[in-house]
Design a binder for this molecule. Structure first.
Ligand code: HEC
Length: 149
């Protein structure tokens, strides 16, 4: 009996711990995963624009949608104390100029929202709207990402 309740308590403790760890997550990993999803979607669009892959309107719309969804909440993944570690490429400027950082994220959100109904209209429309999306990536990376290549 004693043994059993000890087992139960350990089990509950472990469960509580893993739930807390899950809820808290690892913001560096989470933001890098979000950017990987964004990068992968941008690659799909870029390959269509260049003619490396055949144009597919539905796939293009889905890719822009993924960019839009992934940038949502992205700027919340930079709590104090995650300036370093996990091989982050985040620039310290994020914590110096949080409003500017958020504005750059909003710019990508707006650009992807505007591009979504366009990219399904044909290859020319896709090419025309890709510039503003790509520009929003570049703006933020120039100010807030330190590429460690
Ligand atoms: C609001 C700012 C912001 C915008 C907008 C933005 N990025 Fe990023 N991106 C970052 C930051 C910051 C990092 C570094 C994150 C880290 O390492 O902690 C990053 C990292 C990345 C990475 C590397 C991910 C990894 O760790 O493997 C890729 C790929 C990427 N971005 C692609 C894009 C593309 C494509 C766009 C536009 C469609 C874009 N980003 C728009 C801020 C931004």
């Amino acid at each position: 009996m004693r043994l059993r309740s000890a087992f139960l308590f350990t089990g509950l403790g472990a469960l509580a711990f893993s739930v807390a760890a899950l809820a808290q997550g690892d913001p560096i990993k989470q933001r890098q995963e979000a950017m990987k999803a964004i990068g992968g979607s941008m690659k799909v669009l870029g390959e269509m624009a260049k003619g490396v892959k055949p144009y597919d309107g539905a796939a293009a719309e889905a890719a822009v949608g993924r960019i839009h969804d992934s940038i949502d909440g992205f700027t919340d993944l930079f709590p104090e104390g995650t300036e370093m570690g996990g091989e982050t490429e985040a620039s310290p400027a994020i914590w110096d100029k949080p409003e500017e950082f958020k504005a750059d994220a909003e710019a990508l959100k707006a650009a992807s929202a505007a591009a979504k109904p366009e990219v399904g209209k044909g290859l020319d429309a896709l090419r025309a709207s890709l510039g503003s999306v790509g520009g929003a990536c570049k703006d933020c990376h120039q100010s807030f990402r330190i590429k460690k290549d």
